[in-house]
Design a protein around this ligand. Structure first.
Ligand code: ARG
Length: 464
């Protein structure tokens, strides 16, 4: 039996099945950096309040740093009998430096320690996700800029609705990811609080300096309530919820890429390097990358529900149930990062098939609203204009014609208000350019939106 830090209370050794069942080190070893960083800050504080002498502090810091190096170089073997990353590192520290190592856990519990580690970990990962999102947004702006001349059928109910710029459509995703980034930044404010010094749940009877450890670790401030600090995981839940929303956005983008890449749409072609083949059908080029982004979204939603359910109904303060938070949190970090990265890699290689988009644009009477609006401008009521245009569309459907094939005589048969200038309104580009409301799809507006997005991204890059 590996000697447990808590073995004093126990007569019999832990059953090995129990050791295996209760261990978390196989997952939480991933927190080693944060654990060591937290321990060094705690040790410095213990030295400041006189619990460690300078020699002990130096040994602890050196010992912890050497452990960190060994872990990084894959020379450290974690032992599941020592339960978690915290006890593995502490036991090894004591083995390396002797009794000074045994003083490190003074005025601390694994309950505030694990909360501290998870917060440090998430702080780093949220910042990394923020940077990845900036990269994705940069790519979106670039693709939008390169395709400013493409007018496509904007859809509602997946039916042709009104012409829009492809760039405008893509910039909608820029907005979604900008909000996601804001959400992550907001979560970060609540992640960045130090629980250290809350100890098991009640705080500590040692004169610990909680501000000192908080500042050492770059936290904004110490938490206000020791019970809350060790039992709260809403910071992690918020992180996963923000990731779930971000994944939902990515999944919508993924779905559109899949649709547009289909033979039926043919609006885009995915780069060969980001597509995969079929083992049986030689002609196939499958959109597996966006499909997996769409699929992995489900996993992140699952993680959110897992965490919410773990925490639901738990009495205060710490309960071991909470150890189950690691898997969903780590998986969310990995999945979200990899999806953002792969999407940012894929988008610049998209081939936009302008001809197919033009053909689609001609099919669905896409400028019918513009024709109705035209009649209103010529003095018709909107309801009447809507009815007249409906009749035109019905005529076109039954004769297999399209709006752009109608001559002046055809128009006149439906309303005497039609004049030569109606042809400007039937044209999709004129339609697009007429939507000049703030946030609309007119080329001038989208061009400006792209410039603004660029300067927004420049500012972000300066902040980082
Ligand atoms: N491995 C534990 C976790 O991840 C650390 C805290 C354990 N605390 C305790 N009182 N058993 O939650």
């Amino acid at each position: 039996m590996a000697d447990k830090p808590w073995s004093g209370r126990f007569g019999d050794a832990t059953h090995e099945k129990v050791e295996h069942f209760t261990e978390s080190v196989s997952l939480d070893k991933r927190l080693y950096r944060d654990d060591i960083q937290g321990s060094i800050a705690h040790a410095r504080m213990l030295a400041k309040i006189g619990i460690l002498n300078p020699d002990e502090l130096a040994k602890i810091i050196q010992g912890l740093e050497s452990i960190a190096r060994d872990i990084e170089e894959d020379k450290f073997s974690f032992d599941e009998r020592l339960e978690d990353v915290h006890m593995n590192i502490e036991a090894e520290l004591t083995r390396r430096i002797g009794d000074a190592g045994k003083k490190l856990h003074t005025a601390r519990s694994r309950n505030d320690q694990v909360a501290c580690d998870l917060r440090l970990f998430l702080r780093r990962e949220i910042q990394a996700i923020g940077r990845l999102l900036t990269g994705l947004m940069e790519v979106i702006v670039k693709v939008a800029e390169d395709n400013l001349d493409i007018v496509m059928p904007g859809m509602t109910h997946l039916q042709h609705a009104q012409p829009v710029l492809l760039s405008h459509h893509l910039m909608a995703y820029f907005e979604m990811f900008a909000r996601d980034q804001e959400r992550f930044a907001d979560v970060l404010r609540r992640v960045n609080i130090s629980p250290l010094g809350s100890a098991a749940l009640a705080g500590s009877s040692y004169p610990v300096d909680r501000w000192m450890t908080a500042m050492e670790l770059g936290f904004e401030k110490p938490s206000r309530n020791s019970i809350d600090a060790v039992s709260d995981r809403d910071f992690a839940i918020e992180f996963v919820a923000s990731s779930a929303i971000c994944m939902m956005h990515m999944s919508r983008l993924a779905e559109e890429l899949i649709l547009w890449n289909s033979q039926e749409f043919g609006f885009i072609e995915l780069p060969d390097s980001y597509a995969t083949g079929s083992s049986i059908m030689p002609q196939k080029k499958n959109p597996d990358v966006p499909e997996l982004v769409r699929g992995k979204t489900g996993k992140v939603y699952g993680n959110l529900v897992t965490l919410l359910t773990i925490m639901k109904g738990l009495p205060l303060a710490y309960n071991r149930d909470m150890q189950e938070d690691k898997g969903p949190v780590f998986d969310t970090v990995d999945t979200t990062k990899s999806c953002i990265e792969i999407m940012a890699g894929l988008l610049p290689g998209l081939k936009v098939n302008k001809d197919a988009i033009m053909v689609a644009l001609g099919k669905g009477f896409i400028t019918a609203t513009d024709v109705a609006d035209y009649l209103v401008r010529k003095g018709e009521t909107f309801r009447e204009a809507h009815r007249i245009t409906g009749e035109i569309v019905s005529y076109l459907v039954s004769t297999g014609k399209t709006l752009d094939t109608l001559g002046m005589d055809d128009f006149k048969r439906f309303s005497p208000r039609f004049e030569e200038d109606v042809f400007n309104y039937v044209d999709p580009i004129s339609s697009v350019d007429s939507r000049t409301t703030y946030g609309g799809t007119a080329r001038k507006n989208v061009f400006e939106a792209i410039q603004k997005a660029r300067s927004f991204l420049n500012d972000l890059n300066h902040e980082i």
